[in-house]
Design a protein around this ligand. Structure first.
Ligand code: PAF
Length: 295
């Protein structure tokens, strides 16, 4: 496994092109957990895997957790070592963003809602770094966790509108035994907060069950979500949205995202379920193109 610590080191990336396996990028901010490792393991099915580890300053707002976001490169490398990863690209911020007031990528319409409404500038920061990583690594495939559903959709809009030659894949969320979605931020939770954090996945499951029983009113589904999130200290949003445009539908059918963001203590947690609701029932589907072809 090659460790590439700067943009210049990317000259040592595995060869890509005719006759070579596809290059598959798994972008991360480190603090790897079972969710990331599952992305990496599945990414191998598409080709030679490159993992990026970079805590991107551009996607953190003032007062957010950039300075104390968990960073432990040695631990991350030890976790990746057994996974047949060809290279880890772990640059520092000065190498990635040497200019102040540099050019950024302005997100499209999917960034207006949900996390985009409560974290101004966040998706601009995400797109800027993802665009840069895609240019630097030039993968044929890039793999993202479905837990950051809106991020996947905002990146998909960029890739479509700016013609990036890359295939995007979203892969399922990995969960703790009580349903809590794996996240690097779970490490911030106290024991008592950790117990309450279970309400997030529980609320989403309750809304999913209501859909399965035939509930199609978005208002009612939103009420179910909110009532089950009573253990959270704050509910930032709890929504039923259409995929891919994230508009609230008149009727909860078709390709849907059930999504919520809460604060438990000082920790902000997000989670979602992606489903397709049709006359024949409800099933879990991906967000991106593969999901559409399943309809
Ligand atoms: O999902 C993440 O970890 C980050 O938002 C990403 C995609 C690596 C960009 O910094």
């Amino acid at each position: 496994m090659e460790l590439l610590r700067s943009r210049r080191d990317l000259a040592r990336l595995p060869a890509r092109g005719a006759g070579q396996p596809a290059l598959v990028l798994v972008p991360t901010m480190g603090a790897l957990h079972a969710g990331h490792l599952s992305l990496v393991e599945q990414a191998r099915a598409w080709g030679t895997v490159v993992v990026s580890i970079f805590v991107n300053p551009l996607q953190f707002g003032p007062g957010e957790d950039y300075s104390h976001y968990p960073r432990d490169l040695d631990r991350d490398l030890a976790l990746l070592q057994p996974l047949d990863v060809a290279a880890v690209f772990a640059p520092d911020a000065a190498d990635m963003f040497p200019q102040q007031d540099a050019v950024t990528v302005s997100p499209g319409p999917a960034a207006k809602f949900l996390c985009g409404a409560s974290r101004p500038g966040h998706f601009q920061g995400v797109l800027t770094v993802v665009a840069k990583l895609l240019h630097l690594v030039q993968p044929q495939v890039a793999v993202f966790g479905r837990k950051d559903a809106q991020q996947c959709l905002v990146i998909a809009e960029m890739v479509r509108d700016l013609d990036f030659p890359v295939r995007l894949v979203d892969l399922p969320t990995v969960r703790e035994p009580d349903g809590l979605a794996m996240s690097s931020r779970n490490a911030y939770l106290s024991i008592e907060e950790r117990r309450r954090a279970g309400c997030l996945s529980e609320a989403l499951q309750q809304a999913r069950q209501a859909l399965a029983r035939g509930e199609r009113r978005p208002d009612r589904l939103r009420e179910i979500l909110r009532s089950r999130l009573a253990a959270a200290d704050q509910v930032e949003y709890a929504e039923v949205c259409r995929v891919p445009d994230l508009q609230v539908p008149h009727e909860a059918t078709g390709h849907l995202l059930l999504a919520a963001a809460v604060r438990i203590g000082r920790t902000r947690l997000i989670d979602n379920l992606v489903v397709r609701v049709s006359a024949t029932g409800i099933r879990d589907v991906p967000l991106l193109a593969a999901g559409d072809s399943e309809s």
